[in-house]
Design a protein around this ligand. Structure first.
Ligand code: NAD
Length: 386
């Protein structure tokens, strides 16, 4: 099997890496950068720091700081126009997955026109757009290193998955210091998202020796550090480990795939406004329990790689350790049950068939070790609600 591996051309990784931004721009030959930022980055003064850093090098920049959390296609329209007017030759995406995904969509539409729904899977985005330097401020999505953007359709309320080599950022700055201001809930949700990426890439039918190495490293970094990173954010070692793990998990899934958890999570998120990482967390234990039998060795290895159990333990004990860990992680990170989150059961029941169809249409469930038919998916949604 030949794996098709894609990565950004350049990564700056480590504390203070953000100060390498002007150098990165000059390597790209970019002179008219446009910053696409999460509003919180403006509030926290990070956008001003970036603009000042560029001004010092006589690089004029423009800013759009109106990124919508879990963006939809209408939220990026104004930015597409501004980017065209500015004649931008590089986008700097500053924020969590929402800012980076918005920047990918803005670059694509500003360069090639059309609507985001024209680009959703099974379409493959091959055309190159305005280059992006991705600067994540959450330790979660790994979008800085993925050939993916997730944009909702404001008309149909579908969370559209768009994929292809043209969506890979040209460069990324992985500076965990930018995550030190992330509140507990966001750190927990984004961290579970990253762990889910690593697990799903590892068990995916599209896993390959390259993605396996990234997934293993990500699990080793995230599993023992996630609780510490959320509960004691002043623990820089834990924050750095989870940040690096999140990027590696992004590389892993972008070069393998995600699977059933993500397939089911997107409809749940869009219909009930559950943050992406939290909807993954709500589903991860149920989907893992369901899938164990189809990839027993791989799931057993997960428990061992994460350091949950001795390497000599048998498969059953490893599976038990994994399930205990995932359930306890949700508990310790305060992941609410769907009813506690306010998901109305009657409304939920009325759209589980639709969510199952949307999950299947995204293609992700087909990469799971055990591929459910629509009825089995509906049953899994029911189980996860409980
Ligand atoms: P996010 O970007 O929506 O941010 C979550 C919240 O945290 C926001 O309110 C934001 O303002 C705040 N925030 C971000 N950084 C902060 C900081 N440093 N300090 C304080 N607050 C901060 O959340 P996310 O989980 O990073 O991204 C979610 C989006 O990414 C979803 O739309 C999801 O579908 C998508 N996603 C994309 C990929 C991909 O490969 N492209 C992968 C997974 C998820």
């Amino acid at each position: 099997m030949i794996a098709d591996i894609q990565l950004p051309a350049s990564l700056k990784v480590g504390a203070g890496a953000r100060f390498a931004l002007p150098d990165m721009l000059s390597v790209l030959g970019a002179q008219r950068p446009f910053i696409i930022a999460d509003p919180i980055m403006q509030e926290l003064g990070v956008v001003d720091t970036f603009v000042a850093m560029l001004n010092e090098k006589q690089i004029p920049s423009a800013v759009f700081a109106n990124v919508m959390p879990e963006p939809d296609d209408s939220s990026i329209v104004a930015a597409v126009e501004s980017v065209k007017q500015h004649n931008a030759d590089c986008l700097i995406a500053l924020g969590g997955g929402s800012a980076i995904d918005s920047a990918k969509a803005i670059a694509l539409l500003a360069s090639h026109g059309g609507q985001m729904r024209d680009y959703k899977v099974p379409h493959v985005v091959t055309q190159q757009s305005i280059p992006i330097i991705a600067v994540p401020t959450t330790a979660g999505t790994g979008s800085e290193c993925t050939r993916v953007t997730v944009i909702s359709d404001s008309a149909s309320h579908e969370k559209m998955l768009c994929m292809g080599p043209g969506l890979m950022p040209k460069a990324a700055i992985i500076d965990y210091e930018l995550t030190l201001t992330v509140p507990f809930r966001v750190a927990a949700d984004t961290g579970i998202d990253a762990l889910t990426h690593a697990i799903e890439a590892w068990v995916s039918k599209k896993a390959n020796p390259f993605s396996d190495q990234q997934a293993m490293s990500a699990m080793r970094l995230i599993a023992p550090n996630l609780l510490k990173a959320c509960k004691t954010p002043e623990d820089h070692e834990a924050k750095e480990a989870v940040m690096l793990g999140a990027t590696m998990a992004g590389i892993a899934f972008s070069n393998a795939s995600v699977a059933l958890v993500h397939g089911m999570s997107r409809p749940l998120g869009v219909h009930f406004h559950v943050p992406h990482g939290m909807s993954n967390a709500m589903l991860l234990p149920t989907v893992t329990q369901y899938s164990l039998e189809a990839a027993p060795q791989r799931y057993a290895a997960c428990a061992q790689i994460m350091g949950l159990i001795d390497d000599s333990a048998d498969i059953k004990a490893c599976h038990e350790a994994l399930m205990v860990f995932l359930n306890k992680l949700n508990q310790e990170l305060g992941v609410p049950a769907m009813s506690e989150f306010g998901i109305d059961k009657v409304h939920y029941d009325s759209i589980t068939a639709l969510m199952a169809e949307q999950a299947i249409a995204s293609g992700s469930p087909a990469n799971n070790p055990l591929v459910p038919e629509k009825d089995a998916l509906i049953a899994l949604y029911q189980q996860a609600y409980r």
